[in-house]
Ligand binder design. Structure first.
Ligand code: GDD
Ligand code: MN
Length: 374
């Protein structure tokens, strides 16, 4: 057991101007505490290494220079893995995050009130430099709302967070892509009492932000993964329902078009419109809903999807006719019967799709895939 209390992990890329400043700030804020600062730099080659070596004479700072790998999230994980302290704090190098918040954040952890604390701009007492443009703010707000069901934190995007190092071993299956490593750790680590500490977020003075538009799209994919992790069935069902909804639109359009433009009868139109709609559903469920499941051959999977869809349709229709033939309430309220039929059919389709059409991948195969991607 080392006797370091606080490890501060700081990912850096070309932050040579900020490194001495943040070291001084931390040193002042943590006077009297035992701490270490771990910079994880992606081979900036801008004198960062030399700067840290110089500082290391009077402040416990070290720098890990990575040459093989790049990226904010993996850098943070590398830093956490080499940390020795009882607590780990992750923060940006650009002085956006006030080091004066570190001890109050640790205090929340030590008191047992929280097991994960983020430095938050959006709770009472928190703030940010007010030259944020409308779009930057809107963007940040939307991104935050989208993450709300994952964790009840007002600033889940924050790159400033702290937890007890022991707890990190609960973080199974981290997929450290993108920028939101705090959110990733918070969700996958299944922390039970996350909390927030208000901070003033300062805009960086030196250097540039590395957050690009591409990161925003990566964020959406990241969210999808986290939802899948936290709510595996519900998230599949939601996507399945979404796809089914668009399929229903296609189905109706073709159904009406065949009657209006080709003069076909409604039964025949209905019988025809089913096929393109079901094909549409199959395609999007394969590409969106069940991307993480087995990739069976196209033809085979398409056929089995059509088969289960037909069976689902029979269930749907059967429910409707049974209810409207025998149950007085539904004889009066046919539309409710129709909705119930749709629900039954969809539930059936969903179950069949999960069991037969888009089969679960073996853990073994998943492991192999992982190896392959490394
Ligand atoms: N090692 C390494 N590798 N560090 C990186 C990389 C990288 O590829 N990219 C960025 N960093 C470092 C920067 O040097 C900085 O210390 C920190 O990560 C944050 O990078 P910024 O470029 O300043 O990010 P930002 O200000 O746009 O985003 C910050 O705020 C967001 C919320 O508004 C970060 O804290 C985000 O995590 C956060 O979501
Ligand atoms: Mn920044």
């Amino acid at each position: 057991m080392s006797d370091i209390k606080i490890s501060i992990v700081i990912p850096t890329y070309q932050e040579v101007e900020n490194i001495p400043l943040i070291c001084e700030q931390i040193n002042t804020s943590l006077a009297g505490e035992s701490f270490e600062i771990i910079f994880v730099d992606d081979n900036s080659q801008d004198g960062s290494y030399e700067a840290v070596s110089k500082i290391a004479n009077h402040i416990p700072a070290q720098i890990i220079v990575r040459t093989e790998e790049r990226g904010l999230s993996t850098a943070v994980i590398t830093g956490i893995e080499s940390a020795q302290g009882e607590y780990v704090v992750v923060m940006d190098c650009d002085l956006s995050h006030p080091s004066s918040a570190i001890l109050p954040m640790i205090e929340k952890l030590a008191s047992g009130r929280n097991d994960f604390v983020v430095g938050s701009r959006y709770i009472q007492g928190g703030s940010f430099d007010d030259d944020w443009g409308f779009f930057r703010l809107l963007n940040s707000k939307i991104a935050t709302w989208l993450a709300l069901p994952l964790c009840h934190i007002k600033d889940p995007m924050s790159g400033f967070f702290a937890f007890q190092r022991q707890q990190f071993k609960n973080c199974a299956h981290l997929t450290p892509t993108g920028y939101k490593i705090g959110l990733e750790i918070m969700v996958k680590g299944e922390f039970s009492a996350p909390g927030e500490h208000p901070i003033h977020f300062k805009d960086r003075e030196h250097g540039e932000s590395k957050l690009s538009l591409k990161e925003q799209f990566l964020y959406l994919r990241h969210l999808r993964r986290l939802y899948r992790f936290k709510y595996p069935v519900t998230s599949e069902f939601a996507q399945f329902g979404l796809v089914g909804g668009t399929g229903f639109v296609i189905d109706s359009l073709i159904y009406f078009a065949l009657q209006a433009f080709f003069g076909l009868g409604h039964n025949l139109s209905r019988a025809i419109s089913f096929w393109p709609a079901a094909t549409w559903n199959w395609f999007w469920n394969r590409t969106i809903t069940f991307t993480h499941r087995e990739k069976t051959g196209h033809l085979k999977q398409w056929l089995s999807f059509l088969a289960t869809s037909l069976a689902g349709f029979v269930m749907n229709f059967g429910t409707y006719t049974t209810l409207t033939s025998y149950v007085p309430f539904f004889i009066e309220n046919k539309f409710i019967a129709l909705m119930l039929g749709v629900l039954v059919g969809m539930g059936f389709n969903f179950m069949m799709a999960r069991i037969f059409v888009f089969k679960e991948l073996d853990e073994e195969i998943l492991e192999e895939e992982k190896e392959f991607h490394h």
